[in-house]
Design a protein around this ligand. Structure first.
Ligand code: ATR
Length: 269
C-alpha cells in the first residue's frame, strides 16, 4: 500500500486527508493518506524517521522551506521557488515539487484568469507565497508588489525581478486602491488568529479581486471585510483542490476527479 500524508503545524484544520482519500477511493488505488503534526522545535530530528515510512507527502505551514535539506533533488520550479509542498519517492530518491503556484493560478482562473496587465499585491513571503509569486512571474509576467510583516523576506523573494516592489504593511494599506488583484498568503486567519487581519482594507477599491489562500474557515475575517467593500472574493478552496490534484498525479500517475475531491472537502468543512 502506498503511504501518503500531509505534514504541518498546526495540521488539525487540514482537509488534505479527506480530499485525497476520496480521490483514492474513486480510482480504487491501494493507498492511504493521513495527517501528521510535526514539532516546530524538533522538525529536523523527526522528519527523517517519518520519511522512512512514507512513499510521498504534502508539506504545509511552516515547513515548506525547512523540508528542502532532507530531499535528494528538486524540480526546476520548486528550485526557483525555494519552497516545496509535494514530496515524491522516485526510485528511492526523494524529489520535491511545488504545486501551490500552478494550483493557485488554475483556481484563480475560475473567477479571474490573471492577465499580464493585472497589478498584483501579494501579502506574505512564506513558502506558499513563493510558489504563487514565481508562478505569476513565470506564467503570466504581471507586475507584483509584495508586503510582509518581515520586509527582508519579501525583498529576498523578489530579488530575481527588479521591476517588482516591496511595500511595508502601512505602505500597502495606503496603496491598496492601485491593485487589481490582492492575494492573502499568510497564516493570519487560521485557528488562533481567526479574528486578525494581515492588513487593513479601508482603501480597497470596489471590484478588486481579493483572494485568501485559507479555505478553513471558509471565509476569513479578511475576506468578509473585502466582501463588505464589494470586492470579488475567492477563498483557498480552488487552489487547495488544484494543488492537491497536481500532487496526486505525481504520486499515482493518475489524474484524479477534482469534482469528487471538492465535494469531499465541502462535506468536511
Ligand atoms: P507557509 O509555508 O504556509 O507560507 P510560512 O513559510 O511560515 O508558512 O509563512 C507564513 C507567512 O505568514 C509569512 O509571510 C509570515 O510573515 P513573516 O515572514 O513576517 O513571519 C506570515 N505570518 C504568520 N503569522 C503572522 C502574523 N501573526 N502576522 C503577520 N504575518 C504573519
Amino acid at each position: 500500500m502506498k503511504k501518503l500524508a500531509v505534514i504541518g503545524n498546526p495540521i488539525a484544520h487540514s482537509l488534505s486527508p479527506e480530499m485525497h482519500r476520496a480521490a483514492i477511493r474513486a480510482l480504487s488505488i491501494d493507498a492511504d493518506y493521513t495527517r501528521q503534526k510535526m514539532s516546530v522545535e524538533h522538525f529536523e530530528t523527526e522528519i527523517p524517521l517519518f520519511m522512512e515510512k512514507m512513499d510521498g507527502f504534502n508539506v504545509t505551514v511552516p515547513f515548506k522551506e525547512r523540508i528542502i535539506p532532507f530531499l535528494d533533488g528538486l524540480d526546476e520550479f520548486a528550485e526557483n521557488c525555494g519552497a516545496v509542498n509535494t514530496v515524491v519517492r522516485e526510485n528511492s530518491k526523494w524529489i520535491g515539487y511545488n504545486t501551490d503556484g500552478l494550483g493557485y493560478l488554475l483556481g484563480l482562473a475560475e473567477i479571474h484568469p490573471l492577465h499580464p496587465n493585472d497589478t498584483v499585491l501579494i501579502i506574505g513571503a512564506g513558502g506558499a507565497s513563493k510558489g504563487i509569486y514565481f508562478a505569476i512571474k513565470e506564467k503570466i509576467g504581471c507586475h507584483v508588489a509584495v508586503t510582509n510583516r518581515t520586509v527582508m523576506k519579501a525583498k529576498e523573494m523578489i530579488s530575481d525581478y527588479p521591476e517588482d516592489a516591496v511595500l511595508t504593511i502601512s505602505e500597502a494599506e495606503k496603496q491598496l486602491g492601485t491593485f487589481s488583484v490582492v492575494i492573502q498568503t499568510t497564516s493570519v486567519g487560521l485557528m488562533k488568529t481567526a479574528n486578525e487581519m494581515p492588513l487593513a482594507l479601508d482603501n480597497l477599491r470596489q471590484g478588486t479581486v481579493v483572494s485568501d489562500i485559507i479555505y478553513n474557515p471558509k471565509q476569513t475575517r479578511f475576506l468578509k471585510e473585502a466582501s463588505k467593500k464589494q470586492a470579488i472574493i475567492q477563498n483557498g478552496l480552488p487552489m487547495f483542490i488544484h494543488q492537491g490534484a497536481l500532487a496526486f498525479e505525481k504520486w499515482t500517475g493518475q489524474k484524479p476527479d477534482t469534482e469528487i475531491m471538492k465535494q469531499a472537502v465541502l462535506a468536511s468543512l
